[in-house]
Design a protein around this ligand. Sequence first.
Ligand SMILES: Cc1cc2nc3c(=O)[nH]c(=O)nc-3n(C[C@H](O)[C@H](O)[C@H](O)COP(=O)(O)OP(=O)(O)OC[C@H]3O[C@@H](n4cnc5c(N)ncnc54)[C@H](O)[C@@H]3O)c2cc1C
Length: 539
Amino acid sequence: MADLDVPVLVVGGSLVGMSTALLLGHHGVRALAVEHHRGTAIHPRAAQITQRTMEILRAVGIESIVREKSGEQFVQDGAVVAVETLAGRELGSFIANLNDGIRDVSPCERVFISQSLLEPLLKSRAEELGADLRFATDVVSCEQDGSGITAQIEHRDTGKVETVRAAYAVAADGAHSRMRDRLGIATRGRGVFSRSVTIYFRADIGPLLRGRNYSVIYVNNRTLRGFFRFEKPFERGFLAVNAIGDPENPVTDVAASATEAQCVEWVRTALGADDVPITIESVMPWNAEAASAERYQDGRLFLAGDAAHVMPPNGGFGGNTGVQDAQNLAWKLALVLQGQAEPELLATYDAERRPVGEFTTEQAYSRYVTRTAPYLGTAGLQPVAPDLNIELGYGYSSSAVCRDADESPLHDSPRETKGRPGTRAPHLWLRRDGERISTLDLFGRNFVFLAAPDAGTWCDSVRAVSRQLAMPVDLHRVGADGLHDPEHALLDAYGLTSTGILLVRPDGFVAWRSKTPTGSPSAVAAALAQATARHTLVS
Ligand SMILES: Cc1cc2nc3c(=O)[nH]c(=O)nc-3n(C[C@H](O)[C@H](O)[C@H](O)COP(=O)(O)OP(=O)(O)OC[C@H]3O[C@@H](n4cnc5c(N)ncnc54)[C@H](O)[C@@H]3O)c2cc1C
């Protein structure tokens, strides 16, 4: 007999585990998330939050508060540059301003907010949506059988052990995932290429910045290779060190020599200032590695976040990719648990997310080599793809997407995906009741049919099917029902004819697009059936 009976157990309650619990709550599933640490993240770690993650946070109602808090912590819209030292020579620029030239593709902007500030915001929204979050608690065992998961959780202070029974479990237990190891899921990739450290320190950095707005500052000199990040009001920050000594043949086991005195020296060298007092707050070792799990699913268990893919921080993709995993999985689990989709839908999580995880991991590695570690060589290195394509232009090919085999490439510019099935439904500004809304504001909870102005016949078919369905489906006809497209941009942006229609999934990805000007209810039902892995939806 279990002490706790829950629909989903989430192992790990950091950035990705917390996001999973939050997104499940958003879809009406009250998950139990169990976290070893006593609270949310104490170290800043991830800070570069992509437009896609902000879109996901917008859908769950916390985009504004995240933006507000981000501005308290970092000057936004900074550059990504390389320097010899902060006081000295600038070696190159990778991004001049984080948001320049990308505002047209999303209602959201890239922001800088550290995990230590973001996680409490995720936590409070997850709790509002019904998640049960247990800190200072370990998952000590986890087994599955034909009908569910049985896990033991143990409170670290009281030693109290409870038995949890869940229908499904998500392992968001980080790069060293014990869950992954217990399941015998191997990882493949480039392995560990540096035993790095992050040095958190206090120093008066403001005068050395000389008014320059930098988000990430790569430091490359004969002593060390790594990167800085500074918080307002420029009295503290961190230096991540990946390699030390001879740039051609460096020492990559940095952690082995990271004494406090040595860390002061490295920070001093990277700042390029001998006379600035430096206080080391803490030193966190971590492995720079690029690896992906060979499977993201084992029966009723799913891997998400660093447990599924671990990548170097260059590009700021790791945590964001994990949030995308959580978003892809949450609605599928919810629909299956609510009886609105067949369990086969869950297999599309691996089919859709693993190629994206592998690609993003390789892209992070390419940035690591080109920005920090050229000594690793370019053999087998993927060319660096545009950041925007990685962040917003990732695509899915699975049985839940009605697409032609030769249709979209996996990654594309979000300006070119144009509503192709398997890609993110594009952002457009519309007007409703005198207010400006994004097309993305129409998505995020239910399946949504988005119809072109003259798609009346298709709309009738959707209404006919909706009446017979147990699940809620939304229909929006642009140019009717008070929804206006002032720029007349819909047809081009979504690749629709004026009589066309498409189906958007709860994660904002296009599942199906009509190929004919009119269609019967059975065509609508067939699209929904495929998107939910159901053989038939209406009789
Ligand atoms: C210096 C640095 C900078 C970075 N910058 C960025 C950035 O700008 N943008 C970005 O997107 N990413 C960035 N990353 C990567 C990002 O930090 C990670 O991808 C992200 O934290 C992964 O989150 P996670 O929840 O998957 O794993 P983790 O954060 O590792 O969390 C796993 C959690 O599981 C818990 N756990 C493990 N086992 C158990 C168990 N048995 N029971 C209970 N709890 C358990 C652990 O306590 C841990 O809290 C950076 C990383 C580093 C090191």
